[in-house]
Design a protein around this ligand. Structure first.
Ligand code: BG6
Length: 492
């Protein structure tokens, strides 16, 4: 069986920064299925040779451990076919070219849309049309329902529920759902996958992973970067569409889901979807109380940002998962640009002991146990617990047990794209978003953005660059008697 990955948008940034370095690293580690080819498609007038040459330079820059010899071997797999997404005939030509490169053998083809999302509809339609055309001597079976033909789509999956539904309808006109691999690169991060292992391969966490022991959960994706050159895009999106609809809700699902009966793509995703279905719907004033928004100082001066923009660059949202496990346990989701540091953390805040024997005067939820799962920059887990300070009466101190991937395992952590590309080639969709998941996520985000726009509430608080968002967000969570875990990476 031959494998071919076809990258539309071959001359783009994602291809040179992420996709090719990931494929190169997979090749270097011997993980790519034997006989895998990489075919780039775009309008740029490259030949295979000149594309390889360009990729060599970018891969040297963006991959760990570049090796001339390995590259020389890898580049034999790499080919280029010029083509325009707007033209069906170019897709027919591409099909012929793929047949030729594969020598007519049975093949798995993974089409990767690494283009602007505005081109998705044309690319999907033309892929379908090109396969409706008979090629002389071709053995190509129809596209729809052929699980050897897969399509990888990058976010954004629409900009709201309606456009997400339209995109899904376009996709389903040509591909069956199990042929579609929607990438959320957070799911390819090692620690996110390790959450599943932590929860479902250990028996000690399950009994305490619920409302009886957990007070609340905080999920923070803090970014130090500002919007930079992406002002035009970002101002239309805002932090909710850019980060919450996808990455933060994915982290919430992984944290809150039940154990699937088996580790299959659909069983995993069925359980994740149930979490989104259980999220409490907000009405009217709920949006004012349970959502918070901010904008960093200087955002209005960024390129592409209108001077009067009310787009939030920071937000915090309190969600309730109304089911037996999580009843009464709020999930605080928070993300922003221009924050103190780059870190992604899931903090499981446990309840206080039911009866405090020691240091009664220091009572407060901050002193209760915490499990911090750090997803980036370094990846690891920390459990915080009280110990007695030696030779100091009954004085207590919070101490911790750390686990860090880099200390425990040698070798660089793989970039998320390595895992996701490999899974797409091997036909495992567990770590990709399903259409219902995407639509349910929009169903949570849309009402919030609509309320913000229509009612112009809650207030947008400004924050200086390099802070944990607006100071008022401390008061916001403080009303619930809780505090943010404002700690820059705890593990290195
Ligand atoms: C992208 C967002 O999906 O994720 C960006 O569009 C954001 O705005 C990025 O910076 C964050 O990804 P990571 O892997 O750096 O946390």
């Amino acid at each position: 069986m031959v494998h071919t990955i076809i990258i539309f948008g071959a001359s783009g940034d994602l291809t040179s920064r992420k996709l090719i370095p990931a494929l190169y690293s997979l090749h270097q580690k011997g993980y790519l299925p034997q006989d895998t080819r990489v075919v780039g498609v775009s309008r740029s007038p490259f030949s295979s040779e000149s594309w390889r040459e360009a990729l060599k330079g970018s891969t040297r820059k963006f991959s760990n451990g570049f090796d001339e010899q390995v590259w020389a071997d890898f580049e034999k797999r790499v080919h280029y076919v010029p083509g325009d997404i707007a033209k069906t005939e170019d897709f027919v030509r591409l099909r012929r070219e793929l047949d030729r490169l594969e020598g007519g053998q049975e093949s798995t083809r993974v089409y990767y849309l690494s283009t602007s999302p505005t081109l998705y509809p044309a690319a999907i339609r033309h892929l379908g049309e090109a396969h409706a055309v008979a090629l002389d001597g071709s053995v190509e079976p129809p596209l729809l329902g052929n699980d050897r033909r897969r399509l990888v789509v990058e976010k954004p999956f629409g900009t709201d529920l309606e456009t997400a539904q339209q995109l899904n309808a376009q996709l389903h006109g040509v591909f069956a759902e199990n042929q579609v691999y929607r990438i959320d690169h957070y799911l390819g991060k090692e620690t996110v996958q390790n959450m599943l292992v932590l929860r479902f391969a250990n028996s000690i966490f399950e009994p305490i992973w619920n409302r009886n022991y957990i007070d609340h959960v905080q999920i923070t994706v803090a970014e130090e970067v500002m919007v930079g050159r992406r002002g035009g895009y970002y101002d239309k999106a805002g932090v909710l569409r850019d980060m919450f609809q996808n990455h933060l809700l994915q982290l919430l699902m992984i944290t809150a889901m039940e154990a699937p009966a088996r580790f299959t793509a659909d069983m995993v995703r069925d359980e994740k979807v149930k979490v989104l279905q259980a999220i409490r719907k907000y009405h009217g004033d709920d949006f004012v109380q349970n959502t918070f928004r901010g904008q960093y100082e200087g955002y209005l001066q960024e390129d592409g940002v209108p001077a009067e923009s009310r787009t939030p660059t920071f937000s915090a949202i309190k969600l309730h998962v109304d089911n037996w496990r999580w009843n009464g346990v709020p999930f605080y989701l928070r993300s922003g640009k221009a924050m103190s540091c780059r870190t992604t953390q899931i903090v499981i805040q446990f309840r206080e002991p039911p009866h405090l024997l020691f240091n009664e005067d220091r009572r407060g939820s901050w002193d209760a146990n915490q499990l911090v799962i750090q997803i980036q920059p370094a990846e690891g887990i920390q459990l915080q617990f009280h110990t007695k300070v030696p030779d100091a009466g009954m004085q207590l101190r919070m101490t911790n047990l750390d686990f860090s991937f880099s200390r425990e395992f040698s070798g660089a952590m793989p970039d998320a794209y390595q895992r996701l590309l490999l899974d797409a080639l091997n036909g495992d969709a567990s770590l990709f978003a399903r259409s219902d998941e995407v639509e349910l996520a929009w169903g949570i985000i849309d009402p919030i953005t609509q309320f913000w726009q229509q009612m112009n509430q809650p207030e947008i608080f400004r924050y200086p660059v390099g802070q944990w968002g607006p100071q008022e967000s401390d008061e916001w969570i403080g009303q619930d008697g809780r505090r943010w875990f404002d700690v820059c990476p705890i593990l290195h």
